[in-house]
Design a protein. Structure first.
Length: 62
């Protein structure tokens, strides 16, 4: 992933947070942002809607 594409991802998260702040401010206390990564840039996430198996596992690759 290039530096430019990483900045775009960060900006998308910022814009989402800004939307919640301006339209659903009462929900901010329930919101969290986490950037998850490692050297291989491949992260398993369980219990995701898009997961096909019983444990709803997906693998996020950046």
């Amino acid at each position: 992933m290039t530096q430019a594409s990483m900045l775009l991802l960060e900006e998308n998260v910022w814009r989402l947070c800004e939307y919640v702040r301006t339209h659903e401010a009462q929900e901010l206390a329930k919101c969290f942002v986490a950037f998850i990564s490692n050297d291989s840039r491949c992260v398993p996430l369980w219990r995701q809607r898009m997961g096909k198996s019983e444990d709803k596992l997906i693998t996020w690759v950046s």
